[in-house]
Design a protein around this ligand. Structure first.
Ligand code: NAG
Ligand code: NAG
Ligand code: NAG
Length: 318
């Protein structure tokens, strides 16, 4: 009886002391690694994104309590698609939408932001473009209030690496359509949007951003009239007028030395042999309503756009 009591008590003490020892030694090991921690010094007021001087490995991450890790490039790079409904509807993957194709082809490299707004002309677009563009010069921000820690994060602003500016289909609507924008105003609006990004004096200046201009596509007049019959859009668009807007975009591209995808000419080249032969002159291959891309039209534009990007900036090809 006594010896049984003695044995179980001693077993209890043995286990208990082993536990205490193990806790103490763990505490000691934690403290010693804590003391060996590395430090990264960063100027607290710097507005330049900093890089870690000590690479973040699983070993030194354990010692993070005394470090000042600076996280740079926390956001993915971005492909910004700015435009009207031709861009907005480009997100429809069921219709082979060109923006959805970009998302797939740039996966793990860039997030593709669809900033196409249906019905917009450049008058409306220039009023919203500042809300769409990131301001690339956010300073480093201190975020942690944890005592003893001073975590600093680089501004979480995305970097726009590529950007399409694709307007004109609504601007080129003729009077009395309220969407009509005179040609010279259209040009001035586009120049303004490009300058916001490319002018070093601009708050939105972003030397990393590569801009591709896109002309409005040729208009399939017969198909357009059938599709938009009975609406306020009927009769307000003509392909020869759309061409003037396409030419204006090409001129701006030359002035700013930007690549331009000429979708007016690309579509005309494709349909030329069907004009007067096909009931819709061949435009029904490339459009669903004479103005918005079909699956094949989306593919045509996607191919031309990615060829343009690849030949101009090989490092940014999808
Ligand atoms: C996407 O495109 C398909 C094919 O053209 C069409 O049937 C569908 O209605 C579209 N979906 C949306 C949400 O617009
Ligand atoms: C386009 O063609 C029509 C005739 O179909 C003509 O009346 C109009 O003036 C032309 N517009 C332009 C901008 O050339
Ligand atoms: C190309 C484009 O955006 N077209 C639009 C012009 O405005 C009408 C009316 O809102 C839209 O239906 C078109 O899609």
């Amino acid at each position: 009886m006594v010896s049984q009591w003695y044995r179980s008590t001693s077993a209890f003490y043995t286990i208990f002391s082993l536990l205490v020892l193990s806790i103490l030694s763990n505490l000691y090991m934690y403290n010693s690694s804590y003391n060996e921690s590395y430090t990264v010094t960063i100027p607290a007021t710097s507005s330049e994104p900093q890089t870690l001087t000590t690479p973040a490995t699983s070993a030194n991450l354990k010692t993070a309590p005394t470090a000042n890790p600076v996280y740079t490039g926390g956001m993915y790079d971005v492909f910004l698609a700015l435009g009207d409904s031709i861009t907005q509807l480009g997100g429809n993957s069921t219709n082979n939408g060109w923006v959805s194709l970009l998302s797939h082809h740039y996966r793990r490299r860039m997030d593709v932001l669809n900033r196409g707004i249906s019905g917009y002309n450049t008058e409306q677009a220039r009023k919203i473009v500042e809300s769409v563009l990131p301001k690339p010069t956010l300073p480093l921000r201190k975020v942690s209030k944890w005592p003893g820690r001073d975590d600093t994060f680089a501004g979480s602003t995305p970097t726009v690496r590529l950007m399409t500016i694709f307007y004109g289909a609504n601007d080129s609507a003729m009077k009395p359509s309220w969407r009509h924008v005179p040609l010279d105003v259209f040009s001035a609006n586009l120049r303004y949007m490009v300058s916001l990004v490319s002018d070093p004096e601009s708050d939105y200046y972003s030397p990393e951003t590569r801009i591709v201009l896109v002309t409005p596509p040729a208009l399939g007049e017969r198909m357009y009239e059938v599709s938009w019959k009975g609406t306020s859009e009927q009769g307000v668009r003509k392909n020869n007028n759309t061409k003037l807007y396409a030419d204006a975009v090409k001129e701006i591209a030359r002035d700013f030395k930007l690549p331009c995808v000429d979708m007016w000419t690309a579509v005309e080249d494709k349909v030329r042999k069907f004009i007067g032969v096909d009931p819709f002159d061949g435009y029904d291959e490339y459009f669903v309503d004479g103005m918005h891309f079909s699956a094949k039209g989306n593919q045509l534009f996607f191919d031309l756009l990615t060829q343009t990007i690849s030949s101009t900036w090989p490092e940014l090809r999808p």
